[in-house]
Design a protein around this ligand. Structure first.
Ligand code: CTP
Ligand code: MG
Ligand code: K
Length: 181
């Protein structure tokens, strides 16, 4: 029961988990805010770039389509009912929504006087989840309500911060990321 909830939550959220990590590897180039400031601080900052956002979104979508091919075999091996296949709109919404949540968090960080790279505990771990879920419920409500029942949402809220901490500490240790958050 718990195992099946965690498997469903994880599977459905992979297209939202990976874009931010892909953006770390792909980042650079022109910042989205073009260097503009608002009320004494950068609108978003140099950490939110067009390239990182585009590559992150693309990687999330491609991954969702790849997961679709593994859905049957993985369900059989794990002995659980994994979520129904990702349609293109749902895949895009999860990936792009995750990037937008992270961008929204940077906006809030700059408004609250946090420099680029500063930690914002709680927000750092869940911004992309809020963005991904909001957009997927908007874009493909039928798929989203089918997959994200209350118990699955609860599982997402529990496993995401754990995964986030583990991947970021790992990426920092490997020298891929400046800060371990
Ligand atoms: N990145 C990017 N575009 C995005 C998100 C991330 O290019 N939309 C890249 C940037 O190189 C960024 C790195 O991934 O520096 C790490 O992402 P993140 O931790 O979200 O950004 P920070 O640099 O910490 O900036 P902020 O304080 O605004 O979160
Ligand atoms: Mg950061
Ligand atoms: K972030």
């Amino acid at each position: 029961m718990i195992g099946s909830l965690v498997a469903t939550a994880f599977w459905a959220m992979v297209p939202a988990y990976v874009p931010n990590n892909a953006a770390v590897l792909a980042g650079g180039g022109r910042p989205i805010d073009g260097g503009r400031e608002w009320r004494g601080a950068r609108l978003l900052g140099d950490g939110k770039t067009w390239r990182g956002t585009a590559v992150g979104t693309l990687v999330g979508v491609v991954l969702a389509l790849a997961l679709n091919r593994l859905n049957g075999p993985a369900s059989a091996v794990l002995g659980v009912d994994l979520p129904p296949l990702f349609g293109l709109p749902a895949a895009f919404a999860l990936a792009f929504g995750a990037m937008c949540g992270d961008i929204g968090a940077s906006f809030l960080k700059r408004r609250s006087g946090r420099e680029r790279g500063a930690a914002f505990p709680g927000v750092d771990q869940l911004d992309f989840v809020v963005g991904a879920l909001a957009l997927v419920f908007l874009v493909d409500p039928a798929w989203a309500t089918d997959v994200f029942t209350l118990p699955v949402l609860a599982a997402v809220v529990v496993i995401t911060p754990v995964l986030h901490v583990v991947t970021n500490v790992g990426a920092h240790a490997l020298g891929l990321k400046n800060e371990p958050w």
